[in-house]
Design a protein around this ligand. Structure first.
Ligand SMILES: Nc1ncnc2c1ncn2[C@@H]1O[C@H](COP(=O)(O)OP(=O)(O)O)[C@@H](O)[C@H]1O
Ligand SMILES: [Mg+2]
Length: 301
């Protein structure tokens, strides 16, 4: 009798242990979805997306960068790549997502956007579904899925943001850019965004300006929206960044010791550090690409 009970307890403990182990394993295999966003175009989203992604690769992360600015897809051009296929082919069901992924520099994988075809904001429901189904297949193959979005806050773009693990808002110190960034934070906050929110201030003239603009933005979000935003850092205005684009090479690779490259490295470190802390504090909160897509579909309903 006693022996039976002890066996039962041992069995129960074993089951719990197995369950926890499998949950941990699942959590670890998932991709973290980071969406880069700004209200206005031309503030540095694509620049940050590429260089952040490359820094993450350098830190040993497996990263795929998706060009979701389908109106003006240009990540491939910025890196001097000439993809044969892009998201257009996935949406039109002539290619699978794995067939369109191309190898960028530094071990970075890239999903080229379909330039000028239609944008994320205007995809028809069946096209969107097709894209989401294909994206699901990437879960567990990558540590990070970084999504470079277009400008604006349409319903589809907002749903992308709401579904992300991390939303990284980028702004310059210009008042119009700050106002636009604030509208994004407001729009996701009013839709009960549950992920992490980060801020990067781009094209600052000094460290002092970067710190001041960021801190002001953070306080305004806290005061008027009750929303926490973590400041990841700022990037100095650096004409050589344009040079990188003209040479079709990633800035952090041609000028790794430049101040702006060091700024981006700091930003990467902070993003990674923050995610590490959260990952160890609790079981991985990230639902992976599948979690992202399930949430995304939910918000569109
Ligand atoms: N820190 C910076 N200093 C100088 N120029 C920059 C900086 N960041 C971006 N740029 C330039 O600004 C322009 C827009 O950048 P881009 O990344 O394409 O913006 P977005 O993707 O938001 O439209 C590009 O010409 C780029 O070279
Ligand atoms: Mg862009």
């Amino acid at each position: 009798m006693m022996r039976d009970q002890a066996d039962k307890l041992r069995q129960m403990a074993q089951n719990v242990k197995r369950q926890i182990e499998s949950e941990i394993k699942e959590g670890q295999g998932r991709s973290r979805v980071v969406v880069i966003s700004s209200g206005k175009g031309g503030v540095g989203k694509s620049t940050l997306a590429i260089n952040l992604a490359l820094n993450l690769c350098e830190q040993g992360q497996k990263v795929v960068l998706m060009d979701a600015d389908m109106g003006l897809a240009n990540l491939d051009v910025m890196l001097g790549l000439t993809p044969k296929y892009n998201l257009f082919h996935v949406i039109k069901e002539t290619k699978k997502i794995r067939d369109i992924i191309i190898q960028g520099p530094g071990g970075l994988d890239i999903i080229p956007g379909g330039s000028g075809i239609s944008d994320l904001a205007n995809l028809k429901e069946d096209e969107l579904n097709k894209l989401l189904m294909e994206m699901k297949k990437l879960d567990r193959s990558y540590d990070y899925l970084i999504i470079d979005t277009g400008a604006g806050i349409s319903k589809n773009v907002t749903a992308f943001l709401l579904a992300a693990d991390d939303v990284l808002v980028i702004s310059t110190p210009e008042p119009t850019s700050i106002t636009d960034a604030y509208s994004i934070v407001k729009s996701i906050t009013s839709n009960s965004y549950g992920g992490n929110l980060y801020l990067v201030v781009n094209r600052v003239s000094s460290n002092a300006e970067g710190i001041m603009v960021a801190e002001k933005f953070r306080l305004v979000c806290e005061k008027f929206l009750g929303q926490d935003i973590t400041i990841l850092g700022h990037i100095i205005n650096e004409p050589l960044i344009g040079e990188g684009v003209r040479r079709q090479q990633a800035f952090v690779q041609i000028y790794p010791r430049n101040q702006a490259a060091r700024n981006i490295k700091y930003i990467t470190g902070k993003l990674l550090g923050n995610n590490d802390i959260m990952n160890s504090a609790a079981a991985n909160k990230s639902g992976g690409i599948k979690g992202f897509l399930d949430k995304f579909a939910g918000f569109l309903k």
